[in-house]
Ligand binder design. Structure first.
Ligand code: SF4
Length: 399
């Protein structure tokens, strides 16, 4: 683990009461410029300096009038996050731990591939959903990130990578809101952050290359479809309610039938013509042939089916979960059962395991305010019920 000194350069550690311009999408920045008595179009110049050129100081912005720079200097700042650590995997994956104050820290992961480069971004310090198989869920919840804190992860990573690769071209081609937190439980900060990422004067990502992953906050899925329809991934992880109630506690509030109806409604707005369902493969828990059969019935049957792709994720074990990874052969058999039923299915490659950057492993550092440990311990007790009994009960319930 290293913390290169240049990583924190330009970040002001002291509490700063000035307006942080990373908190604004372009519309918000235009309104802010107007409040300073400036023309709205100045916001576009400013926005491009910040996001496209990675400027940290107003003095760098040579095409802005000196009077405007002076006003900004007095009232505003461009406040990134302090990097606490940077870890690099043998496969090129990089994980950063960012300080968000109050003893909390969040993680972002850069995943380079042949045809794309993805940044996995956090939306909350911790998470209140408390999924059993997720390290973040076991950390509990401290607070929502601000728009600026969400954007700052991309802002930092993009410009760090450009400097390292000595390029002025865009490096990060895809962003997935799949880091720490349930993004749709931080909706008001999330949407402006997505708009910054999509904006041609910002990062210029296409809607298809920007994915929000949710555990199923149904009302907010509907709002996202209206406000900012980007690609959607849903953390499914179980084919029936009794099992999903246990693995993804939010299911008790928004059970599968409601969730799949929301997915169908979202498809009317989505930039892709499918929803991605994430399914973490847990040994002896959700990985049996009967679970695959239930999943096919759920995705094909319910209200006419949902246009979808299923992404099977090898579980990354951590001791507190009490869960283990499904054997690879079982994952392949599960995938075949879905594929044979006509469901497009992929098995996620694990990346960055040597630095705990793989899916479900992000834990950051969270001052828990939700007493999540005792909650998850109770769920774990319920899980001691034999898997097959649960499956049969679930099956009956979904008929
Ligand atoms: S899987 Fe997502 S929603 Fe569930 S606890 Fe982890 S971060 Fe929260």
């Amino acid at each position: 683990m290293t913390t290169p000194p240049e990583l924190t350069r330009g970040v002001r550690p002291e509490v700063d009461r000035r307006v942080n311009l990373l908190d604004f999408d372009l519309e918000g920045l235009a309104a802010y410029c107007e409040s300073l008595g400036e023309k709205r179009f100045r916001a576009t110049q400013l926005f491009r300096w910040i996001h496209q050129r990675g400027a940290r100081e107003f003095g760098q912005m040579s095409d802005l009038a000196k009077s405007l720079r002076a006003k900004l200097e007095a009232r505003a700042c461009i406040e990134g996050l302090t990097v606490l650590s940077q870890q690099e995997s043998a496969d090129g994956t990089i994980k950063w731990l960012f300080d968000v104050g109050g003893g909390n820290a969040v993680e972002s992961v850069y995943i380079p591939e042949d045809d794309r480069a993805t940044l996995c971004v956090s939306s909350q310090a911790g998470c209140a959903v408390g999924c059993r198989f997720c390290s973040t869920g076991h950390q509990g919840f401290a607070r929502n990130l601000t728009t600026g804190e969400i954007v700052a992860q991309l802002w930092f990573a993009e410009h760090f990578l450009r400097a390292r690769l000595a390029t002025t071209e865009r490096v990060i081609s895809n962003v997935v809101m799949m880091g720490m937190g349930e993004p749709l439980q931080n909706y008001s900060a999330l949407v402006p952050a997505l708009r910054v990422m999509l904006d041609d004067h910002g990062y210029g990502l296409s809607r298809r290359r920007l994915t929000v992953s949710t555990s199923g906050v149904v009302p907010m899925m509907d709002r996202l479809g209206q406000d900012c329809p980007v690609a959607l991934a849903v953390s499914l992880h179980a084919p029936a309610d009794v099992l999903r109630d246990n693995l993804v506690p939010l299911n008790r509030k928004y059970p599968l039938a409601e969730l799949l109806d929301a997915c169908r409604r979202y498809l009317a707005f989505a930039p892709r013509d499918f929803i991605t369902f994430e399914y973490c493969m847990l040994d002896g828990v959700n990985d049996q042939p009967e679970h695959a059969a239930q999943l096919v019935a759920l995705l094909r049957g319910h209200g006419g089916g949902v246009s979808c792709k299923v992404n099977l994720i090898p579980f990354n074990p951590f001791p507190a979960s009490g869960l283990t990874r499904s054997p690879h052969q079982r994952v392949l058999a599960f995938a075949k059962q879905l594929s044979d039923a006509g469901i497009v299915t992929t098995v996620r490659k694990t990346r960055g395991d040597d630095i705990d950057a793989a899916c479900g492993q992000l834990a950051g550092d969270v001052r828990d305010r939700t007493r999540v440990d005792s909650r998850i311990a109770r769920q774990r007790t319920v899980m001691l019920t034999p898997v097959h009994d649960t499956a049969i009960t679930d099956n009956e319930r979904t008929q």
